[in-house]
Design a binder for this molecule. Structure first.
Ligand code: HXC
Length: 510
């Protein structure tokens, strides 16, 4: 008996060594944790249950049968994060560069199937040289098996990818299908073809970091949501993100005990809006002040900064926030901000997370760049996402709500449940000056008359009361009471039940 117990211990110990001491040192020298160390940081202590630790590859080509490592370059299993069950894989770069073999893919697929069946989030820690070159098409097939599960899990369980090393070729498409991507600065990159191929095909000279590093993907391409300075920070933020999410689309968004008073009044909000409507203010301040413990988990903070997205809690309940940011491009909607917000709204809707929309939007950004970039279709994505969403939707218009952008930003007409405005709200087809120029174009008014007509237009339309008279706004509220009103509004919507007409799936303008 003792012999067999010893055998188990020996086998486990061998598996835990991964690709050996030298390769582990090399991993550490690159500033990266090993696959097992990453799991330790990510999950609750003593909660990790590993599967398939003894699996090895079955490839005999290129003398590979002489090189086998138990586990075959990926660690998979189940654990808890803050008590919530999750499934994960962590690629071990010290074994064949974390490359994906047939058996390695089977291990990943096994835990993906468990996560989907049991309704638990799935987290992938990516650090891999891509398809195992010696295995050829078997590893390509393995990738497609992973993609298929990513697709089927989409909208059923939250999927999070952390990129902690190379991620290249078709391998990038698994993370791309997942809901959130975090990257580590200076040690991770994602691209479809690397710098050498780029040089050959387009004659561009570019480094891996510039082509597909964390900065590129969080500021330019928007492929990744957040970037962190090291593995530990990235993994800790995954824990935090997960605390806002339900386990699956079958569960409600989580609720947490908080000490913050739901009736807290914030008098400083009564003076947040500057007297001059052309002067910007920071929408982030409003979000922080209304949230439990002033906490806002912001996503995509370095991309399309004219719109803010992320999670807050209101009296303990997770709420998704979409807010125009008047500090950047006056908070207008453009291609990037529409895309950014639309995907987030759809995530919230898929996972039963109520949506708070804070509106200060002068309209869509005009110009050839926007039109050629397809603002019509991208703007329609956001419009579509709000219109189809059946989760509770509460809106506050703080200042401008002009033109089509008024409709888009969770208006009553797109099934906003409760729509508030601050007294400073201006709800109209367009700004007063532009409106007067069009209405009186044929009358060639002098400057003085234009000024007078503009003032008249402002007096008539630059307020929330016309919309409130029509019932498009449910109430005009004091800014200082926003938190209290929002907490009550979302509580009142807890029993909301709306079904969209039956369809196989919709055809959102992609
Ligand atoms: C097998 C691999 C491997 C791979 C790396 N290794 N990538 N083994 N298949 N794809 C092994 C190396 O042989 C080496 O083994 C160890 O991992 C570490 O690799 P190094 O090159 O020493 O590390 P580093 O200098 O950090 O460079 C990392 C790298 C480089 C940039 C990832 O290894 C590389 O370019 N690898 C090939 C990448 C690639 O072309 N992959 C296929 C992409 S196509 P030893 O024994 O020396 O430690 C693809 C298609 C997917 O993935 C399609 C899905 C649809």
């Amino acid at each position: 008996m003792n012999k067999i117990l010893l055998e188990l211990e020996n086998r486990r110990s061998k598996a835990k060594k991964g690709g050996g001491k030298d390769r582990t040192v090399s991993q550490h020298n690159k500033g990266k944790l090993t696959a097992r160390e990453r799991i330790e940081v990510l999950v609750d202590p003593d909660s990790f249950e590993e599967f398939d630790m003894f699996v090895t590859h079955r490839c005999n080509d290129f003398d590979l049968d002489k090189q086998t490592y138990p586990g075959d370059g990926v660690i998979t299993g189940r654990a808890t994060i803050k008590g919530q069950i999750i499934y994960l894989f962590s690629q071990d770069f010290t074994v064949f560069g974390g490359s994906l073999s047939e058996t390695n893919a089977q291990k990943i697929c096994k835990v993906m199937d468990m996560a989907l069946q049991n309704g638990a989030p799935f987290i992938g820690l990516n650090d891999s040289g891509g398809a195992r070159i010696q295995e050829g098409v078997s590893s390509l097939g393995g990738y497609a098996e992973v993609f298929k599960r990513n697709i089927l899990s989409s909208g059923v369980i939250p999927q999070i990818s952390v990129i902690m090393g190379p991620c290249a070729g078709g391998a990038v498409y698994s993370p791309a299908i997942t809901d959130f991507i975090f990257m580590v600065r200076n040690s991770s990159y994602m691209f479809v073809t690397g710098p050498e191929v780029v040089k050959t095909v387009t004659n561009e000279t570019v480094t891996s970091e510039d082509l597909g590093g964390a900065k590129t993907h969080t500021t330019k391409s928007s492929v990744a949501d957040l970037a962190f300075d090291n593995d530990i920070l990235a993994l800790r933020e995954v824990r935090k993100l997960l605390s806002y999410l339900p386990s699956s689309n079958r569960s409600k968004a989580p609720s947490r005990k908080v000490t913050d008073d739901p009736n807290r009044l914030e008098y400083s909000l009564d003076t947040l809006i500057p007297n001059n409507p052309n002067i910007a203010y920071d929408m982030q301040e409003l979000i922080n002040k209304i949230s439990d413990e002033n906490e806002f988990f912001e996503l995509q903070k370095d991309f399309a900064k004219n719109i803010l997205i992320g999670f807050i809690r209101l009296d303990g309940d997770t709420i998704g926030v979409v807010a125009n940011q008047p500090k950047i491009l006056a908070g207008c909607l453009d291609v990037d901000s529409s895309r950014k917000a639309a995907r987030f709204v759809r995530f919230c809707d898929a996972f039963n997370i109520p949506i708070l929309t804070l509106v200060d939007v002068p309209g869509f950004l005009p110009g050839t760049q926007q039109e050629y970039g397809g603002i019509i279709k991208h703007g329609a994505k956001l419009l579509f996402a709000y219109g189809e969403a059946t989760v509770p939707k509460v809106t506050i218009i703080t200042r401008k709500a002009y033109g089509g952008a008024y409709d888009v930003m969770s208006s009553k007409h797109l099934r906003g449940d409760i729509n508030y405005a601050w007294p400073s709200a201006e709800i109209a087809v367009m700004g007063a000056k532009g409106a007067v120029e069009i209405i009186y174009r044929s009358q060639s008014l002098n400057q003085e008359k234009i000024k007078k007509k503009t003032e008249q237009y402002e007096e008539r339309f630059a307020n929330p009361f016309i919309a409130a008279e029509k019932g498009y706004i449910d109430d005009v509220i004091m800014p200082s009471s926003s938190r209290k009103r929002l907490v009550r509004a979302f509580k009142s919507l807890k029993g909301k039940k709306v079904n969209n007409p039956w369809k196989k799936h919709d055809n959102i303008p992609l």
